[in-house]
Design a protein around this ligand. Structure first.
Ligand code: ATR
Length: 282
C-alpha cells in the first residue's frame, strides 16, 4: 500500500430514532427503547429531543433529512407531527394524531398511532380484556381519541363520559361505525358494574380526580389510569384504593406497550414487555 494512502475510518451507520416532546427530560422512552434494543440484539440509537414550539416542523424535517429512520412524538406535538406525514395507518387517521413516524424506503413519512394498541396489550396482560365487556372511559380529549379504534376492534362496548358532553358525543358519532359506543355527561353516569373504568382525563396532572359517584369505582371489576405516577399512586388510583378496589393499574404498562408497538413497526421484532413492566426495571 502506498505510504500516503488514507484509510477511511471504519464507520458503521447506526440507525437513528428519537422521541420529540416539550418538555422531554422526564421521558422514559429512551430507557425503554434501549432495553428493547438490547433484548432483541438491535443496534440503534434513540434520543430524547426537545421540540421547539415554533420551529418543530423544521426540526422534524431536518431530523429525517439527516437520515433518521423514525421517531416517537409526545405532547404537545402529536397533531403537528401527523400533519407532516404522507401515509397513514387507519388508527392514526381515526386518532387524528400520531405518536410514531417511520421513514419509508421512498422517503415518505408513515404516521402510526400505537397508543391504543399499547393500552389493549396492557389490558390483555392484566387479564382484563374479554370480548363484549363494557368499559367506562372518563374524558374525551386527545388521549381518548387515540385509543378508541383499537378498543372497539377488541370488541369492547364503550361508554364515554366527559365534562363537555358535545366532545364525547362527537367521538361517539365518529367511532360508532367501528362498534358500540355511547356518550354521557361526566356527572350523569348511571351507577352499574362496569368491567373496566379507564381514566383518560388530564385531571391527575392537577392532583384531582373526576367528579363521579364513588359507587362506580367500588362496583367496577377493574380500574385503570392512563397516566402513571413516578412514585406511589396517581390521584385516581389513590381514590380507588381508598374505596377498596382490588384490581387497579396505572398507565406504565401502556407506555411500555405503545413503545413496543412502535419498535415492532421500525425493526420488525416485537419485544417482550412483561418483565420490564412487572419488575419496573426502569
Ligand atoms: P389529553 O390529550 O390528555 O386528552 P385534552 O385533549 O386537553 O388532553 O383532554 C383533557 C380531558 O380531561 C378532557 O376530556 C377534559 O374534559 P373537557 O373536554 O370537558 O375539557 C378533561 N378535563 C380536564 N379538566 C377537567 C376538569 N376540571 N373536570 C373534568 N374533566 C376535565
Amino acid at each position: 500500500m502506498p505510504q500516503n494512502t488514507v484509510i477511511a475510518p471504519h464507520t458503521t451507520a447506526v440507525d437513528r430514532y428519537a422521541v420529540w416532546g416539550n418538555p422531554i427530560a422526564q421521558s422514559k422512552s429512551p430507557q425503554i427503547h434501549h432495553f428493547f434494543a438490547q433484548q432483541t440484539g438491535q443496534i440503534m440509537q434513540y434520543d430524547a429531543l426537545l421540540g421547539d414550539e415554533v420551529q418543530f416542523e423544521q426540526q422534524l424535517l431536518d431530523f429525517f433529512a439527516q437520515g433518521a429512520k423514525g421517531c416517537n412524538i409526545t405532547a404537545p406535538f402529536k397533531q403537528r407531527a401527523y400533519q407532516l406525514a404522507q401515509v397513514y395507518s387507519e388508527r392514526a387517521l381515526t386518532a387524528g394524531a400520531c405518536n410514531t413516524l417511520k421513514k419509508l424506503e421512498n422517503g415518505d413519512l408513515y404516521a402510526d398511532n400505537t397508543d391504543g394498541a399499547g393500552l389493549v396489550s396492557d389490558l390483555q396482560r392484566l387479564g382484563w380484556l374479554r370480548p363484549h365487556q363494557t368499559l367506562l372511559i372518563l374524558g374525551a380529549g386527545g388521549a381518548t381519541q387515540g385509543v378508541l379504534l383499537p378498543l372497539l376492534q377488541a370488541k369492547q362496548h364503550i361508554v364515554l363520559a366527559n365534562r363537555t358532553l358535545e366532545k364525547a358525543q362527537d367521538l361517539a358519532d365518529k367511532f360508532g361505525q367501528y362498534g358500540q359506543i355511547s356518550a354521557v355527561q361526566l356527572t350523569d353516569i348511571s351507577v352499574q358494574p362496569f368491567d373496566v373504568i379507564i381514566n383518560a382525563t388530564s385531571l391527575g396532572l392537577q392532583g384531582k380526580t373526576a367528579p363521579i359517584a364513588p359507587e362506580l369505582l367500588s362496583l367496577a371489576h377493574a380500574v385503570y389510569d392512563m397516566q402513571y405516577a413516578k412514585q406511589g399512586d396517581t390521584p385516581f388510583l389513590a381514590w380507588a384504593k381508598s374505596l377498596s378496589v382490588k384490581n387497579m393499574s396505572d398507565g406504565f404498562g401502556m407506555l411500555v406497550g405503545q413503545a413496543a408497538h412502535s419498535f415492532a413497526l421500525w425493526r420488525g421484532i416485537m419485544p417482550e414487555v412483561n418483565r420490564l413492566i412487572e419488575q419496573e426495571m426502569i
